[in-house]
Design a protein around this ligand. Structure first.
Ligand SMILES: NC(=O)c1ccc[n+]([C@@H]2O[C@H](COP(=O)([O-])OP(=O)(O)OC[C@H]3O[C@@H](n4cnc5c(N)ncnc54)[C@H](OP(=O)(O)O)[C@@H]3O)[C@@H](O)[C@H]2O)c1
Length: 334
């Protein structure tokens, strides 16, 4: 097959603060004829994720920065169109890190095979993909167990809602916060949270005092800032913090001071553990078996916000920082 033209999103300047459309361009490229031992894939869905904001900055982090003038990268699920490698055949569904483009050519070891029986395939970007695995790893990291009272910030997002559902399955009392009443209802009605509140209505520290007067055992931090400070106040002695993310600071132009009440770590003998999900890839099979099983049994739901077309991908990404998504934000490409 030849003459495939594909559109892709490139980073053309580094954002200051919240990214704008002017930081990106939409380019069209012609793909080369498929080389031997390579696979041509058409993306069906691509993921937009908060961590990508960090890669838009210059400077060292746990992943290298995105290069200017080059297509962005990120999770995507697609189908094989043509294969010159024995591992794949046309029609196979694959997950890759070649998001932000419509088509791509890759080597077999850059593709992860997934079952087409599970639908929609975008679930492999959400509950059964990177964000679902992040939720699962976070709970395992501090051994969340039956009877724990766990508070999850950013609870209606991709990681948060799955963390809450999995914590319920473990027998926890689950409290979540999110940025609108619609999200609060989603957490209560669809995800089975015991308590959910809108963090924009009043100070989180006060809301936690009302909703968890006896305190909490575990805090799953997706947000940092005010939420972390409130959780430090609410945690009981020997409480645990899962340091998953800090989206409230991702667009800050200069670092903000840490929590004013950090001494709670000492006084209450708290533990705070950070992690990066990709360090846990050797346990991906275990995650897929456990959470895939829950999903097939209807015990874990996949919720997503779908935006249509590569031309809307930048808007979907920026929307993450404005709370536009419930569940996983994905872009439908085909
Ligand atoms: N450690 C890891 O390996 C790992 C892997 C994946 C993700 N993460 C982290 O996990 C967190 C959640 O990621 P996700 O993919 O599930 O994203 P997400 O929660 O689906 O999307 C972002 C959400 O964050 C909330 N938000 C945005 N700006 C905020 C602010 N200033 N203050 C409070 N909330 C804000 C918004 O919801 P509201 O309407 O509720 O404000 C928004 O919908 C992020 O911090 C991410 O970086 C970590």
């Amino acid at each position: 097959m030849s003459n495939i033209s594909s559109r892709e999103i490139r980073l053309i300047s580094r954002p200051n603060g919240i990214p704008t459309a002017a930081n990106f361009s939409l380019a069209q490229v012609e793909l080369e004829p498929l080389p031997d031992r390579q696979v041509l894939v058409r993306n069906l869905f691509m993921s937009v994720d908060p961590y990508m904001r960090g890669r838009m900055n210059e400077g060292k982090s746990y992943v290298p920065p995105f290069a200017l003038g080059k297509p962005l990268e990120g999770g995507a699920v697609g189908e094989v169109v043509e294969s010159r490698a024995k591992e794949f055949k046309p029609g196979d569904a694959v997950v890759s890190n070649f998001g932000w483009r419509e088509y791509f050519i890759a080597a077999p070891d850059q593709l992860h095979s997934v079952s087409r029986e599970v639908q929609p395939l975008s679930v492999y970007l959400g509950a059964l993909g990177m964000t679902g695995m992040t939720a699962w790893v976070g709970l395992n990291l501090v051994e969340v167990k039956a009877g724990d009272v766990i508070y999850i910030s950013g609870a209606a997002g991709a990681v948060g809602n799955v963390a809450g559902q999995l914590a319920k399955l473990r027998g926890c009392r689950v409290i979540g916060s999110a940025g609108s009443m619609e999200k609060v209802e989603f957490l209560r009605e669809e995800c089975g949270f015991d308590i959910a509140f809108d963090y924009k209505v009043g100070p989180v520290v006060e809301q936690l005092k009302v909703e968890a007067p006896e305190g909490i055992d575990v805090y799953f931090d997706n947000v940092g800032g005010e939420m972390l400070e409130a959780a430090l106040a609410a945690l009981r002695a020997h409480g645990r913090i899962i340091a998953c993310g800090g989206i409230s600071g991702y667009n800050d132009e200069k670092p903000r001071p840490g929590p004013s009440n950090l001494f709670n770590m000492t006084a209450k003998r708290l533990t705070m553990k950070g992690f990066i999900v990709r360090d846990w890839l050797d346990r991906q099979g275990e995650f897929e078996k456990e959470v895939g099983g829950y999903f097939r049994a209807g015990k874990v739901k996949h919720k997503e916000t779908v935006v249509d077309g590569i031309g809307q991908a930048v808007g979907a990404f920026i929307g993450l920082f404005k709370g536009k998504n419930i569940g996983k934000m994905v872009v439908k490409l085909a």
